[in-house]
Design a protein around this ligand. Structure first.
Ligand SMILES: C=CC1=C(C)c2cc3[nH]c(cc4nc(cc5[nH]c(cc1n2)c(C)c5CCC(=O)O)C(CCC(=O)O)=C4C)c(C)c3C=C
Ligand SMILES: [Fe+2]
Ligand SMILES: [Fe+2]
Length: 363
């Protein structure tokens, strides 16, 4: 997308408020060349792989980008839909719904989505929003739990766009929503609906994307926020400590990542005689490779092969009304103080009447 924001964003253009919903990104196609492009951008981000640059770039280009693209492409092919990558399909749909839900709540907000890696990029989308006259932009990363690798990386990307931009809009960022009551309620609602249809499992496994273990010691709040989401969900469902476990999936490389790991935990549970589990992944705002393939295919097989009898995967919040209501309320709270009202509200109308009366009295 080529835009000339500086030219279009002149004095006197409309003062629009916008919401930019940013997700991780996904390859353009389930093919090795598309995966190579995507992984090269993703894994070159110093927020994602925090090891010395030159050493890492040699490993990335010398080994990983030669081997991983074909393997990952095959996995993506197993979840790809006629409309494209699930992550992109859901993210696009969520942005459309957010626009509608905010409109229903009386807010004139232009909602767009962007991807941290791949397309549409954050900088192209910010340029397009400015060209449309956005002077206030609220950035909502699609990550309930804050981590340096995800939320901070979105903020880095917005900041690097800002470095190249003369006339900046007002900017706000939502850093986290891991303990928002409506988010927890939406997760609980989807678990309860699942229980109503399929029965209650012996164990609820609450699986989050992993991070290198050292990030916890370095002060990343991610681990604590995942544990809090898990605890609040369990409390809302009335589960005891023995009924659920929080685990971490998607380990990358040989270093120690946050534990317990999801798949080994599932095998251990099966070995201990647990026959029936349900797995939910609250850290993913939308179903994607990591949930649909890694959990619902690979982890399922591992549990069943280890002696488990029933494995249920509970989908992400995706476009569920409860999930969308949670995002809408979150955005609405962070939009406060910005003029987004479609119609002047009652207080403004009353103030205008008072001013007119006062003007009449003094003339
Ligand atoms: C190399 C290190 C990685 C870190 C750190 C990491 C953190 C992290 N990732 C997500 C969310 C997603 N990751 C996804 C895919 C994915 N993640 C990594 C690596 C790291 N992630 C890779 C290499 C991949 C690509 C697939 C593969 O080759 O295995 C996805 C899915 C994207 C999709 O297209 O469907 C998501 C979402 C979080 C939340 C996170 C840290 C908190
Ligand atoms: Fe990841
Ligand atoms: Fe994975």
């Amino acid at each position: 997308m080529t835009t000339r924001p500086e030219a279009a964003y002149s004095h006197g253009s409309p003062n629009k408020t916008a919401l930019l919903y940013c997700n991780l990104g996904t390859p353009d196609a389930p093919t090795a060349p598309a995966l190579r492009r995507y992984l090269a951008q993703f894994l070159s981000d110093p927020r994602v792989v925090e090891i010395p640059r030159l050493v890492w770039l040699a490993i990335l280009h010398g080994i990983i980008l030669r081997v991983r693209p074909a393997k990952s492409a095959a996995k993506y092919a197993s979840v790809w839909t006629s409309e494209g990558s699930p992550l992109k399909v859901w993210t696009e749909k969520q942005a459309k719904l957010l626009q509608g839900y905010l409109g229903e709540r009386g807010h004139a907000v232009t909602v767009r989505y962007a991807m941290r890696y791949g397309s549409p990029s954050i900088s192209d989308t910010l340029n397009a929003l400015r060209a449309e006259g956005a002077t206030r932009i609220l950035v909502l990363p699609a990550y309930p739990q804050y981590s340096g690798a995800t939320t901070a990386s979105v903020i880095d990307d917005v900041a690097s766009w800002a470095l190249k931009t003369r006339h900046l809009p007002e900017l706000r960022f939502i850093n986290r929503y891991h303990d928002e009551p409506l988010y927890i309620a939406a997760l609980a609602e989807s678990v309860r609906a699942h229980w109503a249809a399929n029965g209650r499992p012996e164990r609820l496994v609450i699986s989050f994307h992993g991070m290198p273990a050292r990030t916890l010691a370095l002060g990343d709040p991610y681990h604590c926020e995942c544990l809090k989401t898990g605890r609040l969900l369990a409390e809302t469902l009335g589960l005891s400590k023995a009924d659920y476990i929080v685990t971490f999936q998607s380990r990358f490389g040989k270093a120690k990542w946050l534990e317990p790991y999801t798949e080994p935990t599932l095998k251990k549970l099966a070995a201990e005689g647990v026959k029936n589990v349900a797995v939910i992944c609250p850290g993913f705002s939308a179903d994607c490779l990591e949930t649909l393939e890694e959990i619902s295919m690979e982890a399922r097989d591992a549990f069943l092969q280890a002696g488990g009898q029933r494995f249920d995967y509970i989908p992400c919040l995706n476009d569920s009304p409860a999930g969308m209501r949670a995002l809408t309320a979150l955005a609405e709270r962070h939009l406060q103080g910005w003029p987004t009202q479609l119609k002047p509200d009652a207080a403004v109308l009353q103030m205008q009447r008072d001013l007119a009366l006062a003007a009449g009295a003094s003339s």
